[in-house]
Design a protein around this ligand. Sequence first.
Ligand code: F3S
Length: 398
Amino acid sequence: MYLSKEEEKILSGEFGEALQKAMRLLVTLGDIFKADRLIDSKSAQISGVSYKNIGDAGLEFIKDMARLHNKIKITATLNPAGMDFKDWAKMNIPVSFAKKQLEIIENFTRIGAMPSCTCTPYLIGNLPLRGQHISWAESSAVSFANSIIGAKTNREGGPISLAAAIIGKTPNYGLHLDENRLPTVLVKVKTELKSTLDYSLLGYYIGSILVKGIPVIEGVSSFTLEDAKSLCAAAAASGNIALYYISGITPLPSGWSKSMKEDKIEVTDIELRNIMDKFNPPVDVDIVTLGCPHATINEIREIAGLLKNKRIKSGKTLWVCTSSVNKEISHRLGYSKIIEKAGGLIAADTCMVVAPLEQMGYTALATNSAKAAHYVPSTCNLPSKLCSLEEAIKLIIE
Ligand code: F3S
């Protein structure tokens, strides 16, 4: 990979060990993928934040970065951590876990990452522009950035997104190149998508059939922010979809029809219902988690509406996962009060997949997100039930 004189100097250690380490990571990645050069990166979303995922080795790596006085150069946000930083005790997070998690965040903050941990960075001020090159980890946000915003990012890992944030550059390969952003397969939706859950099911089905590839989805008429983030998350969870187009809604690149393969995928109600059946274990749910990807204010308003004057049964738990920004707005709008009065909790900065649920005595979880239903059994060792928002709440209220 070509390096400018200055980049060579960084790599040789002339500007210190911190920058050298970060540059080494980028150059190694660039060489593996045969990138021609480094390009400016305008934004980073850094994963590998929960103590549950990175453990002591990850904590030491971040402490090392902070000790070397590394500083992040571009807008950089963090993926969800293992707990709500303020209300972790209300979540019953073990104290030993909380101490380590707080140390991780302290060190990320020292190097200049925004100490707000969310998988919807585009809703809290990390919003790149169309066409900009960025370095995002977190598969649902990567897909949202590429497909909905029109920014350009590969699906990065935690250390690479951190290195890109420190250097302000990223290797030029994969989805940074226009020729790799052309759609490859047509997906015809032949059923009416009536809810955000349906979009989650559609994404899950496309990801599982296609695994990778770039779909153009036809037959979608209404499409909300909530639908978009759910589709992104599910397609990236069951497969490896990092970019899709919605016919008539997101702009297609010029000359796109030439790159299409002849095969097409048809989606009817049967395929979507089969996914619901897959996530329907015969269990008594004791925790309901909503907000995967992190809940928007619209979603929190809807949840508060369903919980008004209701009471969650004793022994049952409800977490509404969101960003700290949305938690504060929910507090100001009175939604938090309604949810807490019913016995639920708005859990900011964390989610059901990266919180240490497996250490907390729960036996079964329900969620309205196909991504969460997919990951919880393996990451938290809990059976997970997929249902609509209304059904999930019904499972735990008196
Ligand atoms: Fe976000 Fe956690 Fe779901 S990171 S996309 S809420 S699994």
